[in-house]
Design a protein around this ligand. Structure first.
Ligand SMILES: *[C@@H]1O[C@H](CO)[C@@H](O)[C@H](O)[C@H]1NC(C)=O
Ligand SMILES: *[C@@H]1O[C@H](CO)[C@@H](O)[C@H](O)[C@H]1NC(C)=O
Ligand SMILES: *[C@@H]1O[C@H](CO)[C@@H](O)[C@H](O)[C@H]1NC(C)=O
Length: 835
């Protein structure tokens, strides 16, 4: 559009000067551009001085110098009218004046006129920017005052209608200034009026408007987009400068503690945050906590322990990735909460001392304290002892206790206590621990030695070897050590006027009692030993026991023939009998005694040899020698009998006696003869004679009388239906040494009971009895018992069990009571005795 007007301009100037030379006078019209077609520019005919007829006749016409016919002539009125749209900007561009030269031609005569039409500008163009959007990028740090030239707008109009000014939409950061450059072009410049802050406004949108000077004013605008380029000018900022967290000390590894969050208003890398612990974070924090660099979450890495660290202060830094890196900080305070994770502890402040068993209640045994590492209720400890304990806990000051005895201690029952102490804290759930304290109880000599039996019965065969163990007593002591060490001793007493220590001695260590000589049953039948057991405590305790020693009879005595006393006289005894004697005639009676007792003294008689065995017989039990048949004239007048006397002991002891019998005619009084013979030795010889008298008396004359007395007594005294026991409780009767032998027999013919009493032992209030049961013919008892026992039945039952029957039972045909020189009282029982 610019090139074209210039071309037209040149052409126009050429024609103008050509026409100027031909025509004088000029007509000029002025019209605004863009008139409507047909608009009248001016009355050409009139202005040229032509009449109306001439217009037609002389063919008035307009010739355009340019190609285009913008005007034409109205043939009727001779008016110049607009034929086409006239755009000044197209015809003349930016030139200030725009004149269209016209050639008006009239023929006959040909006349050429020049007419000029000045095209006046109207404001028909708005200013226009080359582009509607302008994009700018400005760094955030750009200093105030910097100018950014912009493209200027173009307005084809000229003059006042041309571009006049620019305006900018309101923005506090930017302003506009118009700079005139050569050629009068107005260039707008954007000026930074205030520091940009991307973080506040990342993009500024401005509207640049260009205004012309027309009326009305026309305008054009362009959108300016200013993108603010980020610089790392913001520090990452945490949401909170202090995070407070509480966490249980037993939190599991990996538990999340807290998430810290920082924000950076910068963009891109400048706003990308990396979290880390502060530069000066201690190792103790680093060992326990962990931070996620991307999210800022703090995790538990190790174990928490309230007891060692109850509080952590952790510095967290957040760094962006800009350049330089900006860093923000915050603090995380971690409070560790106590959890009851420590069991209470029991501490022995002083170790338990052994306690005497006689310690009074309340004696301090040990000092104990309790401890719990937890705090608050979790650390509050209570101690407990098992129920029914012999001990108690006495609290002293805080968490300290004294273990004291409570109640009676007995080492013999419990020598060592294991005391279980339980400590429980008040946490929830409570934790507890146990400690066992051993307390040993020391012995006090509070127990006497105790013998295994209250008294001992020892049965000892006579004629034993001196120095053999007689018996072993044993005592035990519940105490300990020296207090239980027992020594045995024999308490002095008299046995037959001799100190007992001359009979026996005791091993003081083990209680074995030894005999010091052999015993003779015929001399000593029973004695007691008082044994004392004494411990070595201080003071020592002792106890006594009695050992009853019963000497058992052995068959150590052969039967001794009393009548006929061949041995004593040193010659044969001669018996006489009449020849007229019938069968069954009592020739004589052999009497023997045995110093032993029981079976050992049970004597039997047997005819061993005879001159004529068919004539005589010897009663096995009584020793009576009788004729078997009547004596005949053929019988030898001198008969000789060898009679063997045996006891029933083991081994059997025997003796023999030879009896010679003279058969005489006319002899009638053999008994008187016997009596006379018996009476004489009795006066001469002391003891044996006396026995003989007694035996004979009991056998022959007094037997009936004695039986009668016994019958009466027995009936009066017997307690049970069949048994007949004699008892002498009145000891005074036996104290008379002159009456030191008494024989008492019962009824029914055979002797059931014989009591031989001596005097000396009676002074010690001791007597012994024999009794036999009538229930069986051969089972008899001999009872020996101190007379202080009054219940006889009890005595029977005790001894019945303990006595060896065979030893103490004897049956005899003949009872011989030997009086001991010291006055021993002997009891014998006989059954089936026939005298
Ligand atoms: C012995 O100890 C037990 C418990 O150990 C107790 O029950 C009993 O009564 C005690 N006996 C005596 C005699 O002290
Ligand atoms: C006691 O000691 C003596 C000598 O050492 C010994 O012969 C005897 O057998 C002991 N008695 C007991 C019951 O041990
Ligand atoms: C044992 O016997 C002795 C002598 O008879 C006496 O002194 C002592 O008290 C008795 N001891 C006991 C415990 O009976």
């Amino acid at each position: 559009m610019r090139v074209l007007p210039l071309l037209w301009q040149a052409l126009w100037w050429h024609h103008f000067f050509l026409l100027w030379s031909i025509i004088d006078g000029q007509t000029r019209y002025s019209i605004p551009e863009e008139l409507k077609q047909g608009s009248v520019v001016g009355n050409l005919a009139k202005d040229l001085g032509l009449g109306l007829s001439e217009i037609f006749d002389r063919k008035l016409r307009v010739a355009s110098e340019a190609g285009k016919q913008y005007f034409s002539v109205d043939a009727g009125k001779g008016e110049l009218v607009v034929n086409d749209r006239i755009d000044r900007e197209a015809l003349c561009g930016q030139s200030a004046s725009c004149v269209l030269p016209l050639q008006v031609v009239i023929e006959d005569p040909l006349q050429l006129f020049r007419v000029e039409v000045e095209i006046q500008d109207i404001n028909d163009n708005a200013p226009r920017f080359p582009s509607n959007d302008i994009a700018l990028e400005i760094a955030e740090s750009t200093v105030v005052g910097v100018r950014f030239p912009l493209e200027s707008a173009i307005d084809p109009d000229v003059g006042s209608n041309s571009l006049k000014s620019y305006t900018l939409s309101k923005d506090e950061c930017f302003s506009i200034r118009v700079k005139e450059v050569a050629g009068g072009r107005k260039v707008p410049e954007l000026i930074l009026a205030k520091l940009l802050d991307r973080e506040k406004k990342a993009v500024h949108k401005l509207l640049l408007t260009a205004l012309d000077g027309g009326n009305p004013v026309k305008s054009g605008s362009s959108q300016i987009s200013i993108k603010v380029l980020d610089i790392n000018d913001n520090v990452p900022a945490f949401e909170k400068s202090l995070y407070k967290v509480s966490i249980n000390e037993n939190a599991a590894e990996g538990a999340m503690i807290v998430q810290t969050k920082a924000s950076d208003m910068d963009d891109g890398q400048n706003g990308e945050i990396e979290y880390s612990f502060g530069a000066h974070t201690s190792d103790s924090v680093l060992s326990v906590f962990n931070i996620d660099h991307a999210s800022g979450t703090i995790f538990l890495k190790g174990k928490l322990d309230f007891e060692s660290t109850s509080n952590y202060e952790i510095d967290i830094s957040a760094k962006d990735k800009g350049s330089p890196r900006m860093e923000g900080h915050c603090t995380v305070q971690v409070e560790v909460l106590d959890v009851n994770d420590n069991a209470p502890e029991i501490i022995l402040t002083s170790h338990p001392k052994p306690v005497r068993e006689d310690s009074p209640s309340g004696t301090v045994v040990a000092l104990i304290s309790a401890r719990d590492l937890d705090s608050g209720d979790n650390g509050k400890v209570t101690l407990q002892l098992p129920k029914k304990s012999q001990f108690a806990l006495k609290p002293s000051f805080s968490q300290n206790y004294a273990l004291v005895t409570s109640g009676v201690l007995d080492r013999e029952n419990v020598s060592e206590y294991n005391i279980d102490i339980t400590a429980t804290d008040s946490g929830s759930p409570p934790l507890s621990s146990k400690k066992t304290i051993s307390v040993s109880i020391t012995d006090v000599n509070d127990n006497s030695p105790v013998f295994t039996q209250p008294s001992y019965n020892v049965y000892l065969k006579e004629n034993g070897v001196p120095g053999s163990i007689l018996y072993s007593v044993s005592a035990s002591d519940l105490d300990f050590g020296e207090n239980a060490k027992i020594s045995y001793s024999i308490l002095d007493s008299k046995v037959q006027d001799v100190s007992v220590s001359s009979y026996v001695y005791i091993n003081s260590d083990n209680g074995s009692i030894y005999s010091m000589h052999s015993f003779d049953y015929e001399k000593l039948k029973v004695f007691q030993i008082q044994v004392q057991a004494k411990d070595q405590g201080s003071p020592s305790l002792s106890s006594n026991t009695t050992v009853h020693v019963f000497i058992l009879d052995q068959n150590d005595n052969a039967p001794a023939v009393i009548y006929p006393s061949s041995a004593a006289l040193g010659s044969l005894s001669h018996q006489r009998m009449p020849r007229s004697a019938k069968a069954g005639h009592l020739v004589t009676k052999v009497t023997a005694v045995d110093a032993d007792s029981g079976h050992n003294a049970w004597i039997s008689y047997k005819l061993a040899e005879a001159t004529d065995a068919s004539l005589f017989t010897v009663n096995l039990y009584t020793g009576e020698v009788r004729t078997k048949r009547a004596v005949s004239e053929q019988d030898d007048s001198s008969q000789r009998l060898l009679i063997e006397i045996k006891d029933d002991g083991e081994p059997v002891q025997s003796s023999t006696v030879t009896v010679s019998i003279l058969l005489e005619d006319g002899l009638h009084e053999p008994i008187l003869d016997l009596r006379q013979k018996m009476a004489e030795p009795s006066k001469k010889n002391g003891r044996i004679t006396l026995y003989l008298i007694l035996s004979l008396a009991s056998v022959s004359v007094l037997s009936l009388l004695t039986f009668l007395i016994l019958t009466v007594k027995c009936i009066r005294n017997s307690r049970s239906s069949g048994s007949c026991c004699m008892r002498r409780t009145d000891c005074d009767d036996y104290k008379n040494p002159n009456r030191n032998l008494q024989i008492q027999l019962n009824t029914d013919g055979p002797i059931k009971y014989v009591e031989v009493l001596g005097g000396d032992m009676l002074s010690q209030s001791q007597s012994f009895r024999s009794c036999m049961s009538p229930m069986s013919e051969y089972s008899d008892f001999t009872l020996i018992k101190p007379s202080s026992t009054t219940d006889f039945k009890e005595v029977i039952s005790v001894l019945d069990a303990s006595l060896p029957d065979s030893t103490w039972t004897f049956e005899s045909q003949q009872v011989n009571s030997l009086q001991h020189p010291r006055g021993t009282k002997t009891g014998l029982c006989g059954r089936k005795s026939s005298w």
